[in-house]
Write a protein of this length. Structure first.
Length: 267
């Protein structure tokens, strides 16, 4: 009897092969990566073409077996050759399925690695954004507190609470040691001492402004206040020298104009 595959057996072989191929492509469909999807589609097309080729071969074998049934010639030799050919075809099909499965698993692992890497990067970006937002919030709170502390101390000066103003400005300089308002705070401390008629303390406070922040806009005003304090304690010569220094170092300042007027009056 010639070897025939029953239709159910033949269909089972093809169905098993197609199931493996379809499972591979079904996994590939889960991937979002364009390159991975492209490769999976290529593999699917290749597998479909190979399946079609196997089907054509099986059909040809069936046809040959039918011819043997009708002719009965050389049945043993042809039957042996067809069995060998069929075994080779099945072995090739298994090899193709195994290759496709391995390729799909490789793509799946690669896709998972991409997802893990992307997730890690997104987490880092989120952490960085959170840190930046926290820093911005802290910076905004610090700036608001700095402004309020300075204005509170200045308001005490305006209200005539000079000693409280001095204390408030000193606290401000301690709490906000990197503030751009430090020269102004020190200048108002000197002004508060002058208002309290503590001229020596006023001179010392304003000299600190000139020494530490000579390029600040408060420096010429501090020199003018020093000259006023020196004049109050009878140091007329020192006062005139301070005014000359003011005019020389800060000729474009408004304090320099006042210094020039005072020097002209004392001639």
């Amino acid at each position: 009897m010639p070897l025939r595959f029953a239709p159910a057996t033949r269909a089972a072989i093809l169905a098993a092969a197609w199931a493996v191929l379809w499972t591979s492509t079904a996994h590939a469909a889960l991937f979002d990566d364009d390159e991975a999807r492209k490769q999976i589609n290529q593999l699917k097309s290749q597998s479909e073409a190979r399946q079609k080729s196997i089907e054509e071969r099986l059909s040809a074998i069936d046809a040959k077996l039918g011819q043997l049934d009708s002719s009965g010639q050389n049945r043993g030799v042809d039957l042996s050759q067809m069995i060998d050919s069929l075994r080779q075809d099945l072995a090739k099909l298994r090899g193709q399925i195994e290759v496709l499965s391995n390729q799909t698993e490789t793509l799946e692992r690669r896709q998972k690695d991409l997802y893990v890497d992307l997730d890690t990067r997104l987490r880092r970006i989120e952490q960085t954004q959170t840190q930046l937002q926290d820093k911005m919030s802290q910076g905004e709170r610090s700036a608001a507190a700095e402004k309020q502390a300075y204005e509170t101390a200045l308001n005490q000066f305006k209200l005539g609470n000079y000693q409280l103003s001095i204390t408030s400005f000193q606290n401000f300089m301690t709490n906000f040691s990197n503030s751009d308002l430090l020269p102004s705070a020190q200048y108002w401390i000197g002004n508060a001492y002058y208002a309290m008629r503590d001229y020596k303390s006023a001179i010392a406070a304003q000299q600190k402004v000139v020494r530490l922040w000579p390029e600040n806009s408060k420096a010429p005003d501090a020199l003018l206040n020093i000259a006023s304090s020196q004049a109050e304690i009878g140091q007329s010569s020192a006062a005139r020298e301070t005014l000359r220094t003011l005019v020389k170092k800060y000729p474009s300042s408004s304090a320099s104009e006042q210094a020039k007027q005072r020097l002209a009056q004392k001639k």
